[in-house]
Unconditional design. Structure first.
Length: 165
């Protein structure tokens, strides 16, 4: 167990109560992947529990991942909310807000090379992310260097960047 976040207390996992109206569903493959990331990094975000109800507001998936890892305690942050609507909105938004962002896979591919060959790409949390092998990069250069039809564009199937031949 490694706690890399600020928290109010370390709480026994069996004392935490999931919110009965949690709309965020966590499939087993997500829990499995999250467990690997938490095992690698430790707990980076506390489970948020409502002071008034005692229910988990944020961190249902993290809790399941830490249970899978066999942790008996988790970092918890206790918060108050103006009302049930505010609690529910925070619980829902915690998962939904991530869908608003766009990952720049090309930039991730560029930065990733700095970490060395021993870094596990799965720790990025991106499903089916692969680093392009040199052979593929060379073949794209060959296509780009072909002088036929210089105005034609091609699109990288991984990052979507467009290139003129």
């Amino acid at each position: 167990m490694l706690f890399n976040c600020s928290y109010d207390e370390l709480t026994d996992v069996h004392k935490l109560v999931p919110h009965p109206q949690n709309p965020n569903k966590h499939p087993q493959n997500q829990i499995d992947r999250l467990a690997k990331i938490i095992d690698y990094q430790g707990q980076r975000s506390p489970v948020v529990v409502c002071k008034d109800t005692g229910f988990i507001v944020v961190g249902h998936g993290r809790l399941e991942a830490m249970k899978k890892l066999g942790w008996d305690k988790v970092a918890v942050n206790y918060q108050t909310f103006k009302d049930e609507a505010q609690r529910y909105a925070h619980m829902t938004a915690d998962n939904a807000i991530g869908y608003w962002s766009d990952l720049d896979l090309k930039e991730i591919n560029n930065v990733f090379t700095q970490f060395g060959p021993e870094f596990d790409v799965n720790m990025l949390g991106i499903e089916d992310f692969t680093i392009e092998p040199i052979e593929k990069i060379d073949s794209i250069k060959d296509i780009l260097n072909n002088d036929e039809d210089d105005d034609e564009e091609i699109e990288c199937p991984h990052c979507g960047e467009r290139f003129k031949k």
